[in-house]
Design a protein. Structure first.
Length: 345
């Protein structure tokens, strides 16, 4: 996936969404062959030659100025996140060496933080790979630990997809997050491999990827419908890790004493593999096969006990070599978002 292709396709898609009237241009005689702005119209509005704009859109202007990027942002009515994305793909060096998504590890301090949190939390890295999750998150997000990649879990796993009240919205944001990651590392073959994999098997992924949407997950309140404990409302926070720009901590908290607090406590008490698996099969109308392999049952954890950190597979791209997680990963969440969806909405 080349930087030039990303820039060209993104600008074309955004030009198509802006009408001449919105850009303040008079309507000329005759029918237009394109739905939005022509390249020469953008060039005229930006005060540059058509030839220079064409070279810029094709990624052949590595030293493009801030003034031009800001002008294009204004003309194409880009969002703040889309502006950041434009800067990323317009400025990335063609000789930039890719960073490996497979070798990411979280720090000892972050791992200790996860272990001490009593509510769900996990860390995503490059390509939305799962780097680590604690036991409450393991109980809440069914199958995510086994897949090892949030987007692969969302797109490919029926148990992760079916419960969403609006799966389409969740998928749009996750795919938009992947596109933003691709802008930071346009020469990483792992990005192209994941996109090719999901494109080959999912028409929904192909449809959404073609929109060139760019977004970052936002904080807010999320609603889940869990087959064991019913509806749970959690408050999601997305936190960047200092000195690790490709790692993000997602935490989910509840209002103390609320019904959701009680529901989450009940859920974390059912993480025993035998109890959780039996309850899931009883609560759902049809059994679903999961990627995980059940391990021998362990004793039920007290609600007040400190959560155990569940290690993530080394990488989603090395899924065949990942160590299967316990059957407790079958304890799931069915989710609905009240504000905006994000990983584990």
């Amino acid at each position: 996936m080349s930087r030039n292709t990303m820039l060209r396709d993104f600008l074309r898609s955004r030009r198509a969404q802006v009408t001449p009237e919105e850009a303040g241009l008079p309507l000329g005689p005759g029918a237009r062959r394109v739905p939005g702005l022509r390249r020469e119209e953008v060039a005229d509005l930006a005060g540059i030659s058509v030839d220079y704009y064409v070279r810029f859109e094709q990624g052949r202007c590595p030293n493009v100025s801030d003034a031009l990027l800001d002008s294009v942002t204004r003309i194409l009515r880009l969002t703040p996140v889309e502006r950041i994305y434009l800067y990323e793909i317009a400025r990335t060096s063609a000789t930039h060496a890719p960073r490996c998504a497979d070798d990411q590890q979280i720090s000892a301090g972050l791992r200790l933080l996860l272990e001490n949190l009593s509510t769900p939390a996990f860390v995503l890295g490059r390509l939305l790979n799962l780097l680590a999750m604690n036991e409450p998150a393991h109980a809440l997000f069914r199958g995510l630990g086994a897949r090892g990649n949030y987007l692969r879990w969302l797109i490919l796993d029926a148990p992760g997809k079916a419960p969403y009240a609006d799966w389409n919205v969740a998928a749009h944001e996750a795919i938009a997050m992947l596109r933003f990651d691709a802008a930071r590392h346009p020469h990483d073959p792992a990005v192209a491999a994941l996109v090719d994999e999901l494109t080959a098997v999912s028409s929904e992924f192909r449809r959404i990827w073609a929109t060139h949407e760019v977004e970052l997950c936002r904080n807010g309140r999320r609603r889940y419908r869990h087959p064991l404990v019913g509806e749970i409302v959690l408050h999601s926070e997305r936190l960047h890790i200092p000195n690790e720009p490709d790692q993000t901590l997602f935490t989910y908290s509840v209002v103390p004493g609320s019904p959701s607090d009680a529901g989450l406590r009940r859920l974390t008490r059912t993480t025993d593999p035998a109890i959780a698996t039996s309850a899931i099969r009883t609560a759902t109308s049809a059994s679903r096969k999961t990627d995980s392999v059940a391990s021998p049952p362990s004793s039920t954890r007290s609600a007040s006990a400190a959560p155990r950190l569940v290690p993530a597979p080394p990488s989603a791209s090395r899924e065949a070599r990942a160590v299967p997680l316990p059957a407790s990963s079958a304890a799931a969440t069915d989710t609905t978002d009240l504000d905006l969806p994000c990983p584990g909405r």
